[in-house]
Design a protein around this ligand. Sequence first.
Ligand code: RB5
Length: 149
Amino acid sequence: MKIGIGNDHVGLLLKPIIKDYIEELGYEVVDFGTNSSVRTDYPNYGEKVANAINDKEIDLGILICGTGVGISIAANKVKGIRAVVCSDPYTAKLSKEHNNTNILAFGSRVIGSDLAKLIVKEWLDTEFEGGRHQKRLDLIEKIEDDYLC
Ligand code: RB5
């Protein structure tokens, strides 16, 4: 399974730690940048990772900015993307079981690296439950069809 990772200049602090950890868990990682500490714009990296999921270049994505908020909002504008911002493993788990999230986002200004690793592990280990939850995802898809170009 391939995991894409994207971040802005603030997320860069945490990215190498998370990237190494995901590789240790046995996943292949595709890095969509930034790898520079020069101030940059988080929407570009949210969009890159989201498009790579839709292009089937990667299976899942991880996004990191200062809070995880801006970069996840950007990714969620792309059709088919269900990005969650998490600061705790429980939300990470439930977001996969119930919402089949395909992007996990968090903030390098909000959580430390050990908590981020727990969140990542819980999210990657959890499967979508399907069943009654699929109907709700279908309703979300209908909203996309109605409002997104
Ligand atoms: C950059 O200063 C900061 O706004 C960004 O990393 C992120 O927190 C946005 O949501």
